[in-house]
Design a protein around this ligand. Structure first.
Ligand code: AP5
Length: 229
């Protein structure tokens, strides 16, 4: 059965970094709701402006908007064999929607959470820089590029996200505690959650994730094969 891999974790835990690696290994698309919303926020429409304000404030965008985003994006042909959800679901209402989506698409949901203590998150977020061309993620303190301000792979300039300023980061972390922590508890109580230590080096976190979700070729890389195959 094809998979939906759900990446849970606080802002800055490393969901995006790991989702990119999983997407490559599975040859699945990475469905990153934050990225989709940032793109929608550039539109000069009432919805675009509304999303722009919500993102700038570090709050969660409404569940109805997310429902629309998820149905549309995951109905695209590239999602047919499976996909990685990076940043969705974030509320219990979004989780219920995901169950519906998975049932309709005949896919199995795997939930993994990248765990990083709160004190590390601020440094990760304020230090993050992203390649404006290929999306590679760096950190000026923890994973700096070889040459300051430019991507190692394509030489394009690195950008800082508007919501990575210290004052907005605090609101994002509070929104996570309020809305997403209950969802983590729900998945944990239902026995469907695998948690990995997100403070390990990127490659090691990836190995733990591969073991949890059954990456293709994971045995050779030191993990478990797909438990469902
Ligand atoms: P979104 O874009 O999803 O942001 P986020 O959840 O806040 O997560 P981040 O992208 O900030 O962090 P990440 O966990 O991906 O970490 P990363 O890999 O980049 O959402 C943005 C906004 O959109 C939300 O605030 C909300 O308003 C809205 N939104 C999105 N989805 C929504 C939804 N479902 N419902 C409602 N609203 C929604 O890594 C962070 C840094 O750490 C990087 O610098 C990286 O290099 C570094 N790093 C990563 N791994 C390691 C490691 N192992 N060791 C050392 N450093 C590492």
């Amino acid at each position: 059965m094809s998979k939906i891999i759900v990446m849970l974790g606080a802002p800055g835990a490393g969901k995006g970094t790991q989702a990119r690696l999983l997407a490559e290994r599975f040859d699945y698309p990475q469905v990153a709701t934050g990225e989709i919303l940032r793109e929608m926020a550039t539109a000069e429409t009432p919805l675009g402006r509304d999303i722009r304000e919500t993102l700038a404030a570090g709050q969660l965008v409404g569940d109805e908007v997310l429902a629309d985003v998820i149905w549309k994006r995951t109905s695209q042909p590239d999602c047919r064999d499976g996909y990685i959800l990076d940043g969705f679901p974030r509320t219990l209402q979004q989780e219920r929607l995901l169950e519906e989506v998975a049932a309709q698409q005949a896919k199995r949901i795997y939930v993994v959470r990248v765990v990083v203590p709160l004190e590390s998150l601020m440094k990760r977020l304020t230090g993050r820089r992203t390649c404006s061309k290929c999306g590679e993620i760096y950190n000026i303190y923890l994973r700096p590029p070889r040459r300051e301000g430019v991507c190692d792979f394509d030489g394009a300039p690195l950008r800082q996200r508007a919501d990575d300023r210290a004052e907005t980061v605090s609101t994002r972390l509070a929104a996570y505690e309020e809305s997403t922590a209950p969802l983590v508890e729900y998945y944990r109580a239902s026995g469907r959650l695998t948690e990995v230590d997100g403070e390990r080096p990127v490659e090691e976190v990836f190995r733990q994730l591969c073991a949890a979700v059954g990456c293709p070729g994971a045995q050779a890389a030191g993990g478990a094969e797909d438990p469902g195959s």
